[in-house]
Design a protein around this ligand. Structure first.
Ligand code: SF4
Length: 353
């Protein structure tokens, strides 16, 4: 089968220009799966430093399957979007239960595992097992939208179909894993986000419709994002014995599930009246707390929520369901917001973590 011109030019460019990344030195499906999960929503540089350490700790699905929440939180620290780590562990457990600990080879079986969507299934099947599957991420969508001059909303069903059809037409079935990675690499390095794709350095520029029409920089089309939601959140700083402070573990099914947070109704809950905090802590945790003046404030963002988090001084007469944890204990999976609070408090000389 002759290699189509698009794929031939793309792969020749990829062979010369691809970045030397640790996950490109393996065909181990578990290692590739881990890298794909880490790379969702996290910068390559941040993943590069954590990937090998994570795999040293969890070299197989079976090793991750038995990890506790706290161990997992510690291993995932710095990568953000912790829910991905829990889903990865769910997937590893399913591999142990259903496939005797071996990562399945087909995209269909991979896609049946918890936490694995169409993209990840295609990426693992093509890169680890040379299966002729597509792996369409945001980079690939952008290249296809520009190259085919797709003007419709990139999230629409019609645009998704058109992107898939374009990539299927371009695909090189002899090097399916390299083809998928090459297209992603082109989107990351050349046909990059923002208004200035490097068309002069692009190996597939000659038949790019978006470039010919002079509209590449306006694609892909997206509806404007919803406006940010401003939240005034509040927590209470309740020092306890031996340098610990009172806290709570965020339950499953909510943002930051499994992580540990300072006492309050939650970071997405708007609290206008600090006087209501004590009642909330009584109701939520059975704790009797006296809430005092504000100590520090930090800013934090979760999805489109822009959070102004105020930390109040407080004393606890009864802890109820609150737990005691040390701010500097590396085994405690504090939320990023809580860590910002500790830094701000330390700067102000309160409760040096
Ligand atoms: Fe993207 Fe420009 Fe290449 Fe077209 S020519 S695919 S717009 S970098």
């Amino acid at each position: 089968m002759a290699t189509a011109p698009f794929a031939r030019r793309l792969l020749a460019w990829y062979d010369r220009n691809r970045r030397d990344l640790p996950w490109r030195h393996t065909r181990d499906p578990w290692a590739i799966w881990v890298s794909e999960v880490m790379l969702q929503q996290t910068r390559v540089e941040a993943v590069r430093t954590r990937y090998q350490e994570f795999l040293r700790r969890y070299p197989t699905p079976a090793t991750l399957a038995s990890a506790t929440d706290d161990e997992l939180q510690t291993a995932w620290r710095g990568l953000g979007y912790y829910r991905r780590a829990r889903l990865l562990r769910d997937g590893a457990r399913a591999v142990c239960d259903r496939h005797d600990g071996r990562v399945p080879t087909s995209a269909a079986e991979l896609g049946d595992l918890p936490g694995i969507g169409t993209y990840t299934a295609g990426a693992v099947a093509s890169i680890a097992f040379d299966r002729p599957e597509l792996a369409i991420d945001g980079n690939v969508e952008r290249v296809a939208a520009r190259h085919r001059a797709l003007r419709q909303d990139i999230r629409s069903a019609a645009a998704r179909r058109a992107v898939r059809a374009a990539v299927a037409e371009w695909q090189d079935r002899r090097r399916p894993g390299d083809f998928n990675q090459a297209l992603m690499e082109l989107g990351a390095l050349v046909c990059s986000p923002g208004p200035a794709p490097d068309c002069a350095g692009c190996p597939v520029a000659r038949d790019c419709r978006g470039r010919a029409l002079g509209i590449a920089d306006q694609l892909p089309s997206r509806p404007p994002p919803p406006p940010p939601v401003q939240v005034q959140a509040r927590v209470v700083w309740l020092p306890a014995e031996n340098g610990t402070t009172l806290a709570w573990r965020i339950p499953d099914g909510t943002v930051n599930a499994g992580q540990v947070e300072l006492p309050g109704p939650g970071l997405l809950t708007h609290v206008t009246d600090p006087g209501a905090l004590a009642a909330t802590l009584r109701q939520q945790f059975g704790a009797e707390v006296r809430v005092g003046a504000p100590l520090v404030s930090v800013r934090h963002a979760i999805t489109r929520h822009r959070i102004h988090l105020t930390v109040h001084a407080g004393t606890a007469r009864r802890r109820g369901a609150l737990l005691a944890a040390a701010p500097d204990d590396p085994a405690v999976p504090w939320t990023t917001a809580a860590r910002k609070v500790f830094t701000a408090l330390a700067r102000r000389g309160h409760g040096e973590p």
